[in-house]
Each structure stands twice: as structure tokens, then as C-alpha cells.
Design a protein around this ligand. Sequence first.
Ligand code: HEM
Ligand code: HEM
Length: 190
Amino acid sequence: MKIKNSHNEWGSISIAIHWVVAITVFGLFGLGLYMVELDYYDSMYKTAPFVHKSVGVLLFLLMIFRVCWRLVSAPPQPLSSHKAWEKKLAHWVHIALYGLLLVLMLSGYLISTADGRAVSVFGWFDVPSLISGIDNQEDIAGEVHEILAYVLLSIVALHAAGALKHHFIDNDQTLLRMIGVGKGKATNNK
Ligand code: HEM
Ligand code: HEM
């Protein structure tokens, strides 16, 4: 498998990033729901948010790299068997996934820095608090964060359902391509 994407194949870097991001997002969602239920005397009360925020910041850095990599190595063209509405829907779903992830991570940052404290990433480095002291910042950012987490997961469910439909109903190479074992005939509109 090549490192870069080609006209009809995903390269190893894009595939690795896609699945690392997917697993991390599911993990942060589960950890987020778990940690807000903990009470003060639980041994994970401090550790769980520390891990959630640290991994969240690392995910943000990975997403910056992902967008840069996308500019360096353009994604493959959709398969020629995809219908026009499928291409359009997939395009907008992908934009929504990128956009929601960005706003979700920023709202998490705004909850964490509302009181002016920096976010420590596993104690390796600190992300300074640049925006703090807005009225009700912690509550508003917290509401936005919670709602967007559910919206993101709903769009991910739609996205995954699309991938499974291509695989099991259309029997095409869309999912296999993202696992690194499929090629398929791509649309020739370059
Ligand atoms: C949190 C979870 C996920 C996120 C955030 C996510 C995000 C994305 C994004 C943004 C793309 C477009 C990449 C680009 O054009 O730069 C993509 C492609 C893709 N994703 Fe996901 N994904 C997730 C989970 C999944 C799951 C669970 C599956 C399979 C069941 C899946 C299957 C695919 C496939 C097959 C493609 C390639 C589509 C194509 O070649 O047209 N993804 N994903
Ligand atoms: C894809 C990335 C992320 C996902 C899926 C995610 C998901 C969640 C979820 C589901 C909750 C529980 C919400 C609730 O029920 O109230 C939560 C809480 C929280 N998240 Fe995230 N999160 C992400 C990134 C981040 C980042 C980057 C930060 C900070 C740097 C962060 C900071 C927080 C904080 C401080 C809370 C606790 C809010 C409260 O106490 O009400 N999150 N997150």
C-alpha cells in the first residue's frame, strides 16, 4: 500500500488517521459520559477529566495534521458506481464531521479554560487559557459540548450506515478501500 492517496486508493497515512480518530472519538464520548457521573470521592474524579482533556487536545493536533495531509495528498475520487446523490450526501457528511469535531473540541477547551486555568496534556505541556471570564462560559460551553457530542455521534452513525450499505448491499469497494484492501474503479472527473 502506498503512503499517499492515489486517484482510486486511500494511502496508509489517511487510513491510519481515519481509524485512530474514529476509535479516539468513540473513546472520548464514552469517557465523557462516564466522568460527568462521578462523585467527588471517586478515585477517577480527577484522573478521568485529565485523560479526557489530554486526549482531546492530542486529537485536535492530529486533526490539524489530517487537514494538512489532505491538502498534500488529495482523497481518491468516489467510486464510479456511486450515485450522484450518494456522492453529494457523503461530501456534506464529511464536511459536517470535520466541522462538528472542530467546534466540539473548541467547546471542550472553553469549558476547561473558563476559570483561566491552562489545560495540561498528560503533564507534558500546557495549552494556555486564551479565552476566559465570559459570562456563564463554563455552562454555555458545557451545553454546546454535550449537544454537539450527541449530534456528532448521530452523524457518525449515518456515515457508518452508508459505509455498511456500500459494503453489504451494493457490494462495492468503498469500505474495503478505507481498510486498505480495496481499489475499485473511481469516477474519472479529474
Ligand atoms: C468517529 C468516527 C468517524 C469519523 C469522525 C469519520 C470521519 C470520516 C471522514 C471525515 C471521512 C472523509 C475523509 C476525507 O475525505 O478526508 C471518512 C471516510 C470514510 N469513512 Fe469514516 N469516520 C468515522 C467512522 C467510520 C466508521 C465506523 C466506518 C465504517 C463502518 C467508516 C467508514 C468510512 C469510509 C468507508 C470512508 C471512505 C469513503 C469514500 O471513500 O468515499 N468511518 N470518515
Ligand atoms: C471528539 C472529541 C470529544 C468528544 C467526543 C467529547 C465528548 C464529551 C462528552 C460526551 C461529555 C459529557 C457531556 C455531558 O454529559 O455533560 C464531555 C464532557 C467534557 N469534555 Fe469532552 N469531548 C471531546 C473533546 C474534549 C476536549 C478537547 C476537551 C478539553 C480540552 C473536553 C473537555 C470536556 C470537559 C471539561 C467535560 C466535562 C463537562 C462537564 O463537567 O459538564 N472534551 N465530553
